[in-house]
Design a protein around this ligand. Structure first.
Ligand code: ADP
Length: 494
């Protein structure tokens, strides 16, 4: 990856794109287009199809037809594996092109987009491709005169709705296991970050995924997303996004066919630093990356820093120093460490959180400003808000921006209480050299993931999912496959 290749790719015009339905791009029923802006400079970038319920209907029908006739669902697992490995290789061979395309509409810094978006998507397709011909059904321990078999049957048509922060990484976490298991899929990307996923659909066809098996309908959540989640012919929904939309999906399910909904809804993850942390300098450095990378637009971001009283002032000073040292700027400049905030409404919401926190008595140690306004893009300085109280808005609610809320605690009991004092439960971290305390914290902090003496960076081998109002179900690992199968029992009298 070098700057001149990136600059050549960014200079390319992006032609308007339609939906990807039944193996081909199409304009959609109304032909309406949705303008996509680049957060890099606030300028129009291209247009994508503004989907309608009729477009969703067409995509779901093509997915259903493909599923029922077995062109993919009845292909042997080894056959599906071959196609998905080809797709992984295609993604890998075009990784820079895909990463730059994604950065242009979502604003993530290119080093991260290349690894965490493009290469990680390739790795995810490869992981589930390689897994799928190694999964066995079961023989039940019955009496000798019957045979009880438990088969894994694909569920049918999967509806997937994904957000704009890591469209390709999160999208692949859903598309790859769903396809590996033999399902058909209709995907709705975020309206402001659809380009890289449309490219994956194109490559999927090139790799040999049969027509109709993988469809993408672009457009608004309130139109396309709603129609998909209300469809009587979608068997499960898999979703990553806000709690408000997650609630709606459950309502849509209740109003339609009671489809299962798997929801990953973000969090307000506690990162807990004890005075006995093995290396406080390392803890500050990693904790800063754990909140500020991708401008804090990360569902597992360690956005609540809980620091033991004895080291509080020194640690806040150290993390403030790190916050100020990040190079924020053009996400397609290899020297930038943090790119753009995804959109103007997101940036305004972040700034509003800071203003409200100050009004509630928190101290702004650094950041909290829109910067680089001369570029026309949406950039924000990494922000440290200290002295945040349990009852504050900033303690309780997810910002989804580069804003760290810091709160002191006295002892382990208070750390656990504060860690669990929000409605969320996605991720968390604990820094301590006391092994027993580390295990106690892992057990007592109610989250789906706990980091010990690090923050972030888990790979595909472990599941990611939330508890409480952070959602249900898991992405990544073999566990993610479970939701894309129904268990089917065969009870055979011998
Ligand atoms: P975020 O804060 O990440 O934008 P959203 O939940 O608004 O969270 O968006 C995540 C995804 O959900 C996007 O693809 C968006 O278009 C979609 N979405 C938003 N509203 C709805 C809705 N009412 N029904 C279905 N999908 C929706």
């Amino acid at each position: 990856m070098d700057q001149s290749s990136i600059d050549a790719l960014r200079a390319q015009e992006i032609a308007p794109r339609g939906h990807f339905i039944n193996g081909a791009f199409q304009a959609g029923e109304t032909g309406a287009l949705h303008e996509v802006q680049s957060p890099i400079n606030g300028q129009p970038l291209t247009q994508i199809a503004e989907g309608s319920p009729a477009d969703v209907g067409a995509a779901v029908r093509s997915a259903r037809t493909a599923f029922e006739d077995g062109r993919w669902s009845r292909m042997s697992p080894a056959g599906r594996k071959k196609v998905l490995l080809k797709l992984a290789n295609l993604i890998e061979s075009r990784a820079l092109e895909i990463a730059v395309l994604g950065v242009r509409d979502n604003g993530t810094e290119i080093n991260m987009a290349y690894k965490a978006e493009a290469l990680s998507a390739a790795a995810t397709f490869r992981y589930y491709a390689e897994a799928i011909d190694k999964i066995y059904g079961q023989v039940a321990p019955t009496s000798h005169d019957v045979l009880g078999l438990v088969h894994h049957a694909p569920v049918g048509v999967v509806g997937a709705i994904v957000p704009w922060n890591f469209p390709l990484m999160i999208g692949s976490w859903k598309i790859a296991p769903a396809l590996a298991a033999g399902n058909s899929i209709v995907l709705k990307p975020a309206e402001s970050a659809s380009l890289s996923l449309l490219k994956i659909a194109e490559l999927a066809a090139e790799a040999g995924i049969p027509d109709g098996v993988f469809n993408v309908v672009t457009g608004r959540g309130s139109v396309v997303g709603e129609a998909l989640a209300l469809s009587m012919d979608v068997d499960i929904m898999v979703f990553t996004g806000s709690g408000a939309t997650g609630r709606r999906l459950l309502e849509y399910s209740a109003r339609s066919n009671l489809k299962r909904c798997y929801l990953e809804l973000g969090g307000k993850s506690p990162n807990i630093v004890f005075a006995d942390a093995p290396d406080l300098a390392e803890a500050a450095k990693v904790s800063a990356a754990g909140i500020y990378r991708n401008s804090g637009q990360v569902c597992v971001a360690g956005s609540r820093l809980l620091v033991q009283q004895d080291i509080y002032e020194d640690f806040v000073a150290e993390i403030t120093r790190h916050a100020e040292s990040f190079r924020v700027g053009d996400p397609l400049d290899l020297n930038s460490q943090i790119g753009a905030v995804h959109s103007l409404p997101e940036l305004d919401a972040n700034l509003d959180f800071v203003k409200k926190a100050e009004a509630e008595g928190a101290e702004r140690r650094t950041g909290g400003e829109r910067i680089l306004t001369e570029t026309g893009g949406y950039y924000m300085s990494p922000t440290v808000m200290a002295g945040v109280k349990e009852t504050d808005n900033l303690f309780q609610n997810e910002v989804f921006g580069p804003v760290l809320a810091v709160t002191p605690f006295k002892d382990e009991a208070e750390a656990v209480r504060l860690a669990n004092a929000t409605v969320y439960g996605l991720a968390g971290g604990v820094w301590t050299s006391n092994l027993s305390r580390a295990h106690r914290m892992v057990a007592e902090v109610r989250t789906g993931v706990m980091h010990v003496n690090t923050y972030g960076g888990a790979d595909l081998t472990v599941p990611l999912g939330g508890v409480r109002q952070s959602g249900n179900g898991h992405d990544k690992s073999l566990h993610a496959l479970e939701k894309y199968f129904d268990l089917k029992t065969a009870w055979i009298k011998l």
